[in-house]
Design a protein around this ligand. Structure first.
Ligand code: KIV
Ligand code: NA
Length: 270
């Protein structure tokens, strides 16, 4: 199966095929990518890896080198889904040229097909700069976790009329600037519906609406691996219990010497 391309993803909306929503999950490792890849259209190497696998309090301390290491692993572990890598905080905001320097490293060193960055109107110039120079950009508006200190928390956005209008303007600005798609996170549902209907590019929702052109979740969240419980997360599994149960049984068998058995040890052939 050939890997999905940016134009193929865009066509899904352009041709009005949004009755089949785009499927996106995060992936951070090669093995995880192998398992998720056949079921997805896009795999996102999200900077949520800061909290999910590095135990950081937010995404702010995630570095370009971390994103590149995990991005390369996910590309190696997949062959069907389009892989995109998050630009971490501090690697793209200062100027379009700075963003290009960072994003071109991500593209060259991981082999991914696109990058994602947070921000609306303020990032429009940067999105245009990258898009026109061979770097497809997925934008991310609404609740943008890298702005947690400015937003004051991770609560849903778009409750007031001003905020609703601002997020709508952000979404329009990134589409106009040339973003090939946009993630819309943590917004009131009516706003998600309005944005999805007014943009020509795919709108990928997380905590947005079933009406969006696609959905994304953090894989560890939907697998029940991570303790955080945002309203928008649906748990399809409870891997935390599976893993701690296995560790408990292993520990008991080591302690009572019932592991290893003859099956797991090397002995001379008779
Ligand atoms: O970092 C991430 O995982 C994300 C998704 C939640 C969209 O940006
Ligand atoms: Na992110």
């Amino acid at each position: 199966m050939k890997r999905l391309t940016v134009p193929a993803i865009q066509r899904r909306k352009a041709e009005g095929k949004t009755d089949e929503p785009l499927v996106m999950l995060t992936a951070y490792t090669a093995r995880q990518a192998q398992l998720l890849d056949p079921h997805c259209d896009m795999l996102l190497v999200g900077d949520s890896l800061g909290q999910v696998i590095y135990g950081l309090p937010s995404t702010l301390a995630v570095t370009l080198d971390m994103m590149i290491a995990h991005g390369a692993a996910v590309v190696r572990g997949s062959y069907h889904s389009l892989v995109l890598v998050d630009m971490p905080f501090g690697s793209y905001e200062a100027s379009p040229a700075h963003a290009f320097a960072s994003a071109s490293r991500v593209m060259a060193e991981t082999g991914c097909a696109a990058v994602k960055l947070e921000g609306g109107q303020a990032m429009a110039e940067t999105i245009a700069f990258l898009s026109q120079r061979g770097i497809p950009v997925m934008a991310h508006v609404g609740l943008t976790p890298q702005a947690v200190n400015a937003l004051g928390g991770y609560g849903a956005r778009g409750k007031s009329q001003e905020e609703h209008a601002k997020i709508m303007d952000d979404a329009r600005a990134v589409a106009k600037a040339g973003a090939f798609a946009v993630v819309l996170e943590g917004v009131m549902e009516d706003l998600a519906v309005a944005i999805t209907d007014s943009l020509d590019i795919p709108v990928i929702g997380i905590g947005a609406s079933a009406h969006c052109d696609g959905q994304v979740l953090v894989a560890e969240d939907m697998l029940g691996m991570f303790e955080r419980t945002a309203r928008f997360v649906k748990r399809y599994e409870n891997l935390a219990d599976t893993i701690s149960g296995a560790a408990e049984r292993y520990a008991a068998e080591v302690r009572n010497r019932s592991f290893p058995t003859a099956d797991q040890v090397y002995r001379p052939k008779k």
